[in-house]
Ligand binder design. Structure first.
Ligand code: BTN
Length: 334
């Protein structure tokens, strides 16, 4: 399957235009030269610069004088990402959308259609971003990272929860590297700063009882939101709110995918132990945390007591019984 044939995905030539402008930031390039380089007419170049402007890319100029970009744009253009990911499996098939329903939905369709390991779906905006338990994921245009990676690990479905955990570690490392902020991990899929969530992971898979066909790891990160919507403000935050200033999403995605590749390979080569050990080090929720667990059938309080080899959470209930939490919400309890 050719890489950019998905309906709605960004035209490769817009990607080329963005890359050309970004590579020549502050330099005036004539419309004719751009048209020649990317293989479209000058009027198309004009139309596309208008599209880019609407997305907040500061392109100055017009067909007669030429174009100049005022600042390297923070659009998650595949070519800008690709060159930062060359030695990873994530560089070859990056599917970018200015707008889509949910990158997980796109990746699921791609997975079923045979898309290879390492494909990445990324969107500037989602109209139906999904979280766990049927919740929505707030996906404001160009402020956050909305991305799904498709993996084809040769593992048993029993080990799938570890993929969510290693993705959480990858987000944590990337954020630490870029901002200096040390995030907490709330089992199984939340990343927190000062107790508020700024990132969530939604892992879905297609599997048979003994073998995984593919796993998709959907990652949402609130990056440059200056404020969260009122209904989320008490529980959610962004890197910008916590660290101040705006952050390059291109750099953050590249760091994240590099860490994901490295944790994933460690997991395949060495098994769950390094992942579990790292979670125990960096997650305040792994052991000794008072929590309330809410599942589809009940709600109870207890204290976390480490992770199972499969990545599931052990909780010692207040009545003394130990539970292994398969799914459900984990909240800090007093
Ligand atoms: C959660 O915290 O409940 C998980 C949130 C996952 C959100 C991401 S954004 C990219 C990908 N596409 C989706 O529709 N969801 C995930």
């Amino acid at each position: 399957m050719a890489a950019a044939t998905i309906p709605g995905s960004t035209d490769k030539r817009i990607d080329a235009l963005l890359t050309l402008l970004a590579d020549n930031a502050m330099i005036v390039i004539s419309g004719a030269k751009i048209a020649r380089e990317i293989g479209v007419s000058r009027s198309t170049v004009w139309r596309w610069t208008q599209t880019l402007r609407a997305l907040g890319v500061r392109v100055k100029g017009h067909p007669r004088t030429g174009y100049r970009i005022e600042k390297v744009p923070d659009v998650l253009a595949p070519e800008l990402l690709r060159r930062r990911l060359r030695d990873t499996p994530f560089s070859k098939r990056i599917h970018h959308f200015f707008k889509t329903d949910s990158t997980n939905d796109v990746a699921l369709r791609l997975g079923h259609a045979g898309e290879p390991h390492g494909a990445v779906v990324i969107a500037e905006e989602q109209t139906a971003g999904r979280g766990r338990a049927g919740r929505a994921w707030h996906s404001e245009k160009s402020s956050g990272i909305y991305m799904t990676a498709l993996l084809r690990p040769k593992i048993s479905p029993v080990h799938a929860p570890l993929v969510t955990l290693l993705a959480g570690l990858a987000v944590r490392d990337a954020v630490l590297e870029q901002t200096g902020l040390e995030a907490d991990l709330r089992w199984p899929n939340d990343l927190l700063l000062r107790g508020k969530k700024f990132s969530g992971i939604l892992t879905e898979m297609h599997a048979e009882p003994d073998r995984v066909h593919f796993v998709i790891v959907g990652i949402g990160i609130n990056v440059n939101h200056t404020r969260m919507p009122d209904e989320l403000a008490a529980i959610a935050t962004s890197l910008r709110i916590e660290a101040g200033g705006s952050h390059s999403r291109v750099e953050l995605v590249a760091k994240l995918l590099r860490h994901l590749d490295s944790y994933y390979n460690r997991f395949l080569n060495e098994g769950p132990e390094p992942i579990l050990a790292r979670i125990a080090e960096v997650s305040s929720y792994a052991r000794g945390k008072r929590v309330r667990i809410t599942t589809a059938s009940e709600s109870y309080t207890g204290t976390t007591a480490g992770l199972e080899p499969s990545g599931l959470l052990r909780v010692r209930r207040d009545d003394g019984r130990t539970e292994v939490v398969l799914s459900g919400d984990v909240a800090e309890a007093s």
